[in-house]
Write a protein of this length. Structure first.
Lengths: 112, 114
């Protein structure tokens, strides 16, 4: 059965800290791994990773994929209170059609 | 900014009623999705579509149905609402084609069945 597991489930840090969020997966016919940020309502897209070892970067956020070990990490440096959100990892796999499997998310709370 | 809309945003309805949750996107995306998400839990795919007249069931067993008569419109219907249907329903869309693309999410419909 395809699955995506995120850790930790929740995390509390202080402003300025650096955090690393983890995502491991087991799917057949992997196509891509995506990170989303969900604040109050709808998830918003952060990164899509398809190749191992190539870091994607956007401001203080960065992410990398290891297709051999089947995991990805999302790093946030110099955290701010506005980074408080649930971070979702999703894997797109080709099983019959194309399916997207979401992890349960990591709830990050950044204290001022 | 993504142009994907869901109505209603909130709905409280009695058991046994038929309801339709609306989802529309103006980006011309071929792919559309419905997810169910309980508070603090992961998103579960309940239906998806790759284009007009194409609909598939997702991984989560659902008593809902969908239709895709127009590219921009992907409504979700519950024939007989039950308290177990209480949840948040998120609609999303994405570009078509063989490549892998991100999904754009609507604001969600929070459904409560009493």
């Amino acid at each position: 059965e395809d699955k995506v597991v995120q850790s930790p489930l929740s995390l509390v840090v202080h402003e300025g800290d650096t955090v690393t969020l983890n995502c491991s997966y087991e799917v057949t016919n992997f196509r891509s791994l995506l990170w989303y940020k969900q604040e109050k309502k709808a998830p918003t897209f952060l990164f899509m990773l398809t190749s191992s070892g190539i870091e994607k970067k956007s401001g203080r956020l960065s992410s990398i994929l290891d297709k051999k070990e089947l995991f990805s990490i999302l790093n946030i440096t110099a955290t701010q209170t506005g980074d408080s959100a649930v971070y979702l990892c999703a894997v797109e796999a080709r099983t019959g059609g194309f399916k997207t499997i979401f992890g349960a998310g990591t709830r990050l709370f950044v204290k001022a | 900014e993504a142009d994907i809309y869901q109505t209603p945003r909130y709905l409280v309805i009695g058991t046994g009623k038929k309801i339709t949750l609306e989802c529309s996107q103006t980006m011309g995306h071929d792919k559309m999705y419905w997810y169910q998400q309980d508070p603090g839990m992961e998103l579960h795919l309940i239906h998806y579509s790759y284009g007009v007249n194409s609909t598939e069931k997702g991984d989560l067993s659902s008593e809902s149905t969908v239709s895709r008569i127009r590219t921009e419109h992907f409504p979700l219907t519950l024939e007989s609402a039950r308290p177990s249907h209480t949840s948040q329903y998120l609609c999303a869309s994405g570009r078509g084609g063989a490549g892998s693309y991100e999904q754009y999410f609507g604001p969600g419909t929070r459904l409560t069945v009493t």
